[in-house]
Design a binder for this molecule. Sequence first.
Ligand code: WTA
Length: 650
Amino acid sequence: MQHPAAFENLSREDRRFAPTEEFAEAANVTAAAYAEASADNLAFWAKQAERLTWAEPFTQTLDWSTAPFAKWFVGGTLNVAVNCLDRHVAAGLGDRVAYYFEGEPGDTRVITYSQLTDSVCQAANVLTSLGVKAGDRVAIYMPMIPETVIAMLACARLGAIHTVVFGGFSADALKTRILDCDATVVITADGGFRKGSVSPMKPTVDAALLGCPAVRSVLVVNRAGNDVDWMPGRDVWWHESVEAASPVHAAEAFDSEHPLYVMYTSGTTGNPKGILHTSGGYLTGCSFTQWEVFDLKPETDVYWTAADIGWVTGHSYIVYGPLSNATTSVLYEGTPDSPHQGRWWEIVDKYQVTTLYCAPTAIRAFMKWGHETLANYSLESLRLIGSVGEPINPEAYMWYREHVGHNRVPVVDTWWQTETGSIMISPLPGVTHGKPGAAMKALPGIVADVVDDDGVSVPNGTGGYLVITEPWPSMLRTIWGDDQRYVETYWSKFPGTYFAGDGAKRDDDGDIWLLGRVDDVMNVSGHRLSTTEIESALVSNPKVAEAAVVGAADALTGQAVVAFVILRSEAGDGGPHVVHELRMHVANQIGKIAQPRQIMIVAELPKTRSGKIMRRLLRDVAENRPVGDVTTLADTSVMTTIAAGISTGM
Ligand code: WTA
């Protein structure tokens, strides 16, 4: 396990926070849901699927006969966009606000369900005119603006598969993803606003497309007004096409298992994995869990997931969950400290946000900036706050509870993954007596366990691997184009059981604490990064002979990237300019988020006799700990050399 120290701390935690009686009484979900689901899991999910509007009802809840390839809600057909839009308009909710959009420079837009429906139909008509058909792949590389949501839903409406690529990724990373899923159309913007200035996007797309001959059209939103190159015949302005198109579009119903999107995420080996989500099961999962975990009251709540649409949290809890539930959401384009460190709290007060969902890394940044800033805001509209993306340390949880929640609102620490599609382990806000830093229990309908190396359930008070033992509706269906990797990555370590890649502990009460990844995946500010991917990027620089990357504990970002690099002899012995060049190189290859916090130039790397790099030992160095057991190293003196080299600044 990676974090043995965490076990110690956790076992001493005895604080409990029960919901108020008032909250519990009005809660959407009560403790009875656990019993109902465990009595008949499939019946439980069949009931939750009734939240959606099906064109053809399903005839079988789950077909698991070709496990681990699942088919949920077999025989059912639906249109995901219609479930998010048209049906609400038809039910008389057309004037309800879908999004309060707040641009970073301070521009705002209020978008109702009718307006959003019209825009999505217009965009669907334009995509059709660009030749997009059901099953085609469309890449979306956009800032956090309403058009991003419109683009996703327009794809969903047509049955086209979107792949949203996080706007911070480099041209190379974008190209790899476009090629992997064979996208033929890209939707982007000239640029977006970030930290007070324009961050261009179209130039990155232009550069990526030099290597993507199959892309025939690029639809470009005019957002930031920066100059862009234009390729006539390929590039189309959004405002000249979408905004002029007909808002009438008849949506077709697709099979429940029709693919909805591919989201790339880092794995333990080189290339990112395209996680495939499909329609009926995914939407059931997002829709039900948003209602359940956030105790959603769509008539009165103003819900804000402060995450990026380019990650799964944005897909499930900015777009698909909220819209399927006719929620009013906030969509904010920028960073939390632009133009000042109170921006989030200003937004909470301005829109009377009731529910805030964000990552511990943001909470730790606010802690660092000081709680005095928050005292300038009321925050009284909040009635529930949530956390996602990485383990929340008890200090951050308590700070969040006190300074944001004013010690009066439930905090939900939600564990899930790109692969799980929706929240899996979380307190139920009207039921659970939450503990600071614990995700607590699998939600009703989800069956999780903590097991040892042999796959045997561990007793309370011990740690092991987190697994999910029953299929669930919003589970990934495969890795795009690589069924075998899907089976190997998730279903082979413990055959028949989903292996999440996370370490977990069950405390004396049987409650679950997440302890971070047990594989070579790092979690930096809630972003998943693969050690091998960054190593490959480093090694692709001609100055580098070999590289090893580890995630080292970091007070602000959870983990930080630390690289150990052996230079080729012709590169000299390193020095600040080489380190700078390598950091820039990683930014160009993957994106700024992958830049190492530290690059240490070393003469050798610690390897086992079979040649495997022992990252555990490098992590000891990166975290300034005494180096652990070196007996399995081929050459036990290597660590002494590394440590000595680093202390002399070599
Ligand atoms: C980690 C984000 C502890 C975990 C939704 C998981 C968490 C990875 C939590 C997935 C949490 C997510 N407590 N760890 N509440 N939530 N994680 O795919 O290591 O970007 O495997 O999905 O984040 O990251 P992903």
